[in-house]
Design a protein around this ligand. Structure first.
Ligand code: FES
Ligand code: FE2
Length: 382
């Protein structure tokens, strides 16, 4: 196993490297506990991580819990209508005051019945009158940074982080015409894959694998050979992207469920005729077409497991006007995601081989070179 210093040297080499002479990461980068710990401390505990969608908690009192890098978090829409991310540990002796998901006007701790409002305020604590150190106002469930981008919810564990907009603005300009804010989820995806998060990340930023892994599904509509790289906007430290031309027979009105539907008026010709992958560092990705969006968010759980959250979005009006097609799409996307899971779990096994490769990247995988450069800048400080 390479040492952390050796791996950081390797990562630093990607910064400024020509994309056409790029090879994949050293296999140990997907296995090293030391590198995984550094990624958590340097990247995941300081970056905006997508934790779901506003529509998971539409009404005051709706909530769902989620583990964010070991932090027990409840995302709750307060009775005041405000969405918050609260730490679930009771301020008495740390029992989680809420688990799972549901609807509540208050959270009652199952241990000694301390009771909290949906804004985190302590509103009841039985038999505490004689305590000289009990301060009701101080016993509030602590809040994490939570911000929203076009319906997506992001949490940042770093209280001093820049606003989410700094991360999302360049990609947001590039995707403005897609009307992501008008989309709703028709298929939800929440699971854990065996394998390093970077394997999942790499798989979700290139169309090259449409030639193999998705040959029987989305590779039919968007063959890998249609891959190209938009010149605008130039990729920067926040994201990378690529496009893939959709086969002509899948553009017009036909019965295929993936063919574009709905009001396409906001889109340019290029946006109508291509798939568009955007990958926002560190771990948020959207595979878009006119009117649809297959999104995923990754969080590492140690070096060899990846928590996966995602869904398939379509314009809201299509859900009511064309429910059959939307169901067929959701089914197809479920298959595609099962195929993609293999790109993490199968690779996770072979990376352990003493003869695991560092292979040359295709020009269709420039996005990976840019991801590696991002890792080099952030982890190796290069
Ligand atoms: S731990 Fe919650 S009331 Fe005691
Ligand atoms: Fe894929």
């Amino acid at each position: 196993m390479k040492s952390l210093d050796e791996l950081l040297d390797d990562l630093a080499d990607y910064v400024g490297i020509s994309e056409s002479s790029c090879v994949s990461l050293p296999p140990d980068a997907y296995l090293s506990k030391e590198l995984a710990a550094l990624e958590v401390a340097t990247i995941f505990e300081r970056s905006w991580l997508c934790v779901g969608r506003e529509e998971y908690a539409p009404r005051p009192g709706d909530y769902y819990t989620i583990d964010v890098m070991g932090e027990p978090v409840v995302i709750v829409r307060g009775m005041d209508g405000v969405l918050r991310a609260l730490n679930t540990a009771c301020r008495h002796r740390a029992m989680p005051v809420v688990t799972g998901k549901g609807h509540a006007s208050r959270f009652v701790c199952p241990y000694h019945s301390w009771t909290y409002g949906t804004d985190g305020r302590l509103i009841g604590a039985p038999h505490m009158e004689g305590s000289t150190v009990f301060d009701r106002a101080a016993c509030r469930l602590p809040e994490y940074r939570l911000e929203s981008w076009r319906g997506f919810l992001f949490v940042n564990l770093d209280d001093d982080a820049d606003p989410l907009e700094v991360t999302m603005a360049p990609m947001g300009r590039a995707t403005a015409n897609y009307r992501i804010e008008d989309q709703t989820e028709v298929f939800h995806y929440e699971t854990t894959w065996d394998g390093n998060w970077k394997l999942s990340a790499e798989n979700s930023m290139e169309y090259y694998h449409h030639i193999g892994l998705h040959a029987g599904t989305v590779g039919v509509q968007m063959p890998a050979k249609g891959t190209y790289f938009p010149e605008e906007p130039a990729v920067d430290h926040t994201f990378t992207h690529e496009r893939c031309r959709i086969g002509e027979e899948f553009l017009g009105a036909s019965d295929h469920p993936l063919n574009p539907r709905g009001d396409l008026g906001s889109l340019t010709r290029e946006e109508k005729e291509t798939g568009y992958l955007v990958y926002v560092f560190p771990a948020f990705t959207m595979a878009m077409r006119a009117g649809s969006n297959n999104w995923l968010s990754f969080r590492p759980d140690g070096p060899d497991r990846t928590r996966v959250l995602g869904g398939y979005l379509v314009w809201k009006d299509l859900v009511s006007s064309d429910p059959e097609t939307m169901r067929a799409r959701a089914e197809l996307i479920e298959k595609v995601n099962a195929e993609d899971a293999l790109a993490t779990t199968e690779l996770a096994r072979t990376m352990k081989s003493r003869k695991a490769p560092r292979g040359p990247l295709s020009p269709f995988e420039k996005t990976l070179a840019q991801f590696y450069a991002y890792l080099g800048r952030t982890l190796a400080g290069a």
